[in-house]
Write a protein that binds this ligand. Structure first.
Ligand code: DGL
Length: 267
């Protein structure tokens, strides 16, 4: 039987950078009583172009850090980290509630009218065996066009969500998807929900955008409820760490998280 102390323990969340804040926002909205710990591995961003071995090692380090700070559950708020590292973390921590994320292929395949679905994600996610398996499983009846987006994560890390350079970059990524008739676009990287307004301005209204932050928050809620680990009282803390210069994250937090907060250096 879990104690009040274990119910009041925080949920640990990490990403290669600030993208996972899009998931943290969903968790905060759905589970306002929970304390939250967030680590941005911005000293090593982008994960999208790095080797699976490197990312696995970072997943181990970040998970250990969050668990040492008392996390009762872990969320890999990063598609790229999930394809590389979630299986190993599940082996290392078999009892721990652990939620990873993957591009929303199943709902997109169900939603498309044109039969053509586009996926914006990192190179690492798109070339993984886990993503190939996802397509085999859920997308055999639709055409899926994948589009890696190198350079986009760096702009979002810098808080450049709607400038001319970000617009031009994004335009180049969506043009081939539109030309091929895709009517449903999966945002397969947790950084991308932050450029949704820009993306919307580049797309016809008929195109649906699908991301998974809210579904991940519901999965966290479900796992905690199953184990009787949901916090009862109002949230005590939300704490942030970055493996890059904390000041950089502190500057973009009001934009991406909604309020200013202190960011500590990841030791
Ligand atoms: N936010 C990450 C994801 O969901 C990856 C960004 C990166 O390349 O570091 O895939």
């Amino acid at each position: 039987m879990p104690s009040n102390a274990s119910r009041g323990a925080p949920i640990g969340v990490f990403d290669s950078g600030v993208g996972g804040l899009s998931v943290l926002r969903e968790i905060r909205a759905l589970l306002p009583n929970e304390s939250l710990l967030y680590v941005a591995d911005s000293g090593h961003v982008p994960y999208g172009e790095k080797s699976p071995e490197f990312i696995r090692e970072r997943c181990r380090v970040l998970a250990e850090f969050l668990l040492a700070h008392g996390a009762k559950a872990l969320v890999l708020a990063c598609n790229t980290a999930t394809v590389a590292g979630v299986a190993e973390l599940r082996e290392l921590y078999p009892q721990l509630p652990l939620v990873g994320m993957e591009p929303a292929v199943k709902p997109a395949a169900a939603a498309t009218q044109s039969g053509v679905v586009g996926v914006l994600a990192t190179t690492g996610t798109l070339k993984s065996a886990k993503f190939a398996a996802l397509l085999d499983r859920f997308a055999s009846d639709v055409r899926v066009i994948t589009q890696p987006c190198p350079g986009l994560v760096e702009r979002i890390e810098a808080g450049e969500l709607d400038g001319a350079a970000t617009r031009e970059l994004l335009q180049g990524f969506v043009a081939p998807l539109l030309a091929q008739g895709c009517d449903t676009l999966i945002l397969g990287c947790t950084h991308y929900p932050f450029i949704k307004p820009l993306l919307r301005s580049l797309l016809p209204d008929s195109i649906s955008l699908i991301d998974t932050g809210a579904a991940v928050a519901r999965q966290v809620q479900r796992l905690l409820a199953e184990r009787d680990l949901l916090a009862a009282g109002p949230a005590q803390v939300t704490q942030f760490w970055s493996s890059a210069e904390p000041q950089a994250m502190q500057q973009v937090l009001p934009l991406l998280w909604g309020t200013a907060a202190k960011v500590s250096a990841l030791p």
